[in-house]
Write a protein that binds this ligand. Structure first.
Ligand SMILES: *Cc1c(COP(=O)(O)O)cnc(C)c1O
Length: 255
């Protein structure tokens, strides 16, 4: 079944943001009802990349207290400009080790961990800042060579190494589904992440939890919830359609 082509008007007032958040929360609740899940078991992470400070302030007034950003540079600039608001920042995009210090300073959460080098760099910088960071291990569930994230078969070994990094709080797994409007292609990516988590659970090292599954975006979050998502990362359905093509964020994606 194809997903209906979405139209996402720009939110430009606090009332717009309240409305869009209500709609997304209602869709989350409906998906949870279908799946026999408690809606409180799903966290909505608003994703604010490309959205400017003025509109972000409106979104915060409408109730957003955590914001997700794909690029460290952009997130850092916003975190500094809006330090007065006490926002929690979640970095959800690929990280290079030379940006680890920035993330260690301003982020509360990092969802795209996919290398020991990055884990090491973050751990070191976090220790210097006397901070800890919630992290998600990113898994490539679509099999697309261009996508970031670990191959599912690498994840078991990878998580065994993570207790060495005492400043990292390992919370779960994150994935991006294949970019398609065909649910029959999208759903198996989410199923793969959940099944991987179930396989890994019995052998997890002490201190490593994989309770969280971050999966689902504006176009596919209901399917993700049906398949067990505990965090959905939603940008355009809250803020409005983005002009920037997704290929800027995910190498290899169409558009
Ligand atoms: C932008 C982004 C999202 C949200 O995508 P929307 O289409 O705006 O909902 C989710 N996850 C990641 C990693 C992103 O970069």
């Amino acid at each position: 079944m194809p997903i209906a082509a979405p139209s996402w008007p720009q939110a430009t007032t606090v009332a717009d943001f309240r409305h869009n958040l209500d709609v997304v929360h209602a869709r989350i609740a409906a998906a949870c009802a279908r799946a026999g899940r408690d809606p409180r078991s799903v966290r909505l992470l608003p994703v604010s990349k490309t959205v400017d400070e003025a509109r972000l302030r409106l979104a915060v007034e409408a109730g957003c207290d955590t914001l997700g950003e794909n690029k460290v540079q952009e997130a850092k600039g916003k975190a500094e400009a809006m330090a007065d608001l006490g926002i929690r920042w979640s970095v959800i995009g690929h990280l290079q080790t030379n940006k680890a210090r920035d993330v260690a300073r301003f982020a509360s959460e990092f969802q795209a961990l996919d290398s020991l080098r990055v884990a090491q760099a973050l751990d070191q910088r976090l220790a210097q800042e006397n901070r800890t960071l919630d992290v998600f291990v990113q898994v490539n569930t679509s099999g697309e060579a261009s996508k970031y994230g670990l191959d599912p078969i690498e994840v078991a070994d990878f998580v065994q190494q993570l207790p060495a990094f005492s400043q990292l709080r390992v919370r779960g797994l994150m994935t991006l589904a294949v970019f398609s409007d065909n649910t029959e292609l999208v759903r198996p990516c989410f199923v793969r992440l959940r099944e991987l988590r179930e396989r890994l659970r019995p052998g997890l090292p002490v201190g490593v939890s994989l309770d969280e599954l971050s999966m689902g975006m504006s176009g596919d979050f209901e399917i993700a919830i049906e398949e067990g998502a505990t965090v959905v990362r939603v940008g355009q359905a809250i803020f409005g359609a983005r002009a920037t093509p997704d290929s800027q964020y995910w190498p290899g994606s169409a558009g």
